[in-house]
Design a protein around this ligand. Structure first.
Ligand SMILES: CC(C)(COP(=O)(O)OP(=O)(O)OC[C@H]1O[C@@H](n2cnc3c(N)ncnc32)[C@H](O)[C@@H]1OP(=O)(O)O)[C@@H](O)C(=O)NCCC(=O)NCCS
Length: 137
């Protein structure tokens, strides 16, 4: 990351695992973007990422999330995923959610999460993950 950015800012060029707009339909009755909406986007982004790394069907077994700043309608949300750990049948993914507001030059970090997935067979039995299949960065 560019040294000119603080810990809660990010250059816009980095490639996310998922990018999505927060829409009016994603709000709670107070008009704030619903936290559960963001968690589902994080599950989708990191689940797709884990499926690629494991090269297998995966299920979410654990989701830890910290809401750092409120998401606003119209925010352009980028979700970044990195491998935190590969176990025997599980993969733990570090997730960061960043929001770009209209005409902003920088993104702000709105959420961090750690989600764990387990590779499973078609009948739901945990399957070993080949660690050298897709080496984490
Ligand atoms: C995921 C699931 C198949 C694991 O079954 P299980 O009998 O607990 O399997 P195991 O005890 O052999 O554990 C398998 C792996 O999951 C990990 N695991 C299980 N429970 C966990 C938890 N609460 N947190 C973190 N990791 C967990 C184990 O550490 C193990 O990892 P490792 O092989 O890398 O060491 C089963 O719990 C399940 O089907 N859960 C429901 C998943 C689901 O419906 N998700 C929502 C929709 S995707």
């Amino acid at each position: 990351m560019d040294d000119n950015y603080s810990a809660d800012e990010k250059p816009i060029a980095d490639s996310p695992a998922l990018r999505v707009y927060a829409m009016p339909a994603d709000t709670n009755p107070r008009g704030d973007v619903f936290g559960g909406w963001l968690m589902s986007q994080m599950d989708l982004a990191s689940g797709t990422f884990a499926r690629y790394i494991a090269d297998n069907r995966v299920v979410t077994v654990k989701a830890e999330t910290t809401f750092l700043k409120a998401v606003e309608v119209g925010d352009d949300i980028s979700i970044y995923c990195h491998v935190a750990r590969i176990g025997n049948t599980s993969i733990t993914v570090d997730i960061e959610c960043w929001a770009k507001r209209l005409r902003a030059k920088r993104m702000i970090k709105v959420n961090e999460g750690i989600y764990t997935f387990v590779a499973i067979s078609d009948d739901g039995i945990p399957q070993p993950i080949a660690k050298d299949l897709h080496a984490p960065e």
